[in-house]
Ligand binder design. Structure first.
Ligand SMILES: Cc1cc2nc3c(=O)[nH]c(=O)nc-3n(C[C@H](O)[C@H](O)[C@H](O)COP(=O)(O)O)c2cc1C
Length: 208
């Protein structure tokens, strides 16, 4: 096994959901931005990157958010809450994204326009549920990357799906196109995780 493989496997194996963080530990916003930037290398449907992040560090706002998350403890003690938000109108960024690809020299002009047309002929007419599924799936990919990057940098996380999404959307005045997906509590662990097991591979895999 190469060193790179070893490091990646260690990080994956060492990530566990932490439910008690060191409440005094602060993480600078620049470092969180850097982690998000690396996480944003995640793949997404048509590269439309339907993810947005509202990062909450203010202690009073965190308290409020803890109420919205049914008083779950990690929200109170973590250094920051990364609210992962899906953009259900992701196609609205198609020109910006594909022109940037063109300007970077990754694609020629004809193909740029072809891909923009293809997105605009499909995504806007998809059922809104289909677009919400795409946004949720893609947000899951970047969330996983973020959690592993955080672990690699010596931090811990827990994903919180148990929160009142409607209340969240109202409190933070999300426009209709944006849907709250999960909250990721980020910080320094103050207590070990509960270890968990996984279904055996034979139960989750079939080969044909
Ligand atoms: C989408 C999602 C939602 C979750 N929501 C919560 C939650 O609301 N509260 C919580 O304590 N843990 C939550 N978890 C953490 C899981 O319980 C945890 O990932 C699982 O038990 C496996 O443990 P591990 O992360 O330590 O490997 C959530 C995880 C995921 C992926």
């Amino acid at each position: 096994m190469t060193n790179i493989e070893q490091n990646i496997f260690n990080i994956i194996n060492e990530r566990h959901s932490i439910r008690e963080f060191d409440g005094n530990y602060k993480i600078h916003k620049d470092e969180i931005e850097e982690m998000i930037q690396i996480a944003a290398t995640a793949p997404s449907s048509s590269n439309l990157q339907p993810w947005r992040f509202l990062i909450i560090q203010d202690e009073n706002v965190k308290k409020e958010l803890q109420g919205i998350a049914y008083n779950q403890a990690p929200i109170g003690s973590c250094s920051a809450v990364i609210s992962v938000i899906g953009d259900t109108k992701m196609y609205k960024n198609v020109e910006k994204i594909y022109h940037s690809n063109f300007e970077a020299g990754h694609i020629d002009e004809v193909n740029t326009q072809r891909l923009i047309d293809s997105v605009m002929h499909s995504y806007p007419s998809f059922a809104s549920e289909a677009r919400a599924n795409i946004a949720s799936f893609d947000a899951g990919l970047i969330s996983m990357q973020f959690m592993l990057i955080a672990k690699a940098k010596g931090y811990d996380t827990v994903t919180i799906g148990g929160f009142n999404k409607q209340e969240f959307a109202e409190r933070f005045e999300l426009e209709d196109r944006y849907m709250p997906i999960v909250l990721i509590a980020l910080g320094k662990a103050a207590a070990p995780a509960f270890k968990t097991t996984r279904l055996p591979v034979e139960e989750i895999v079939d080969f044909i």
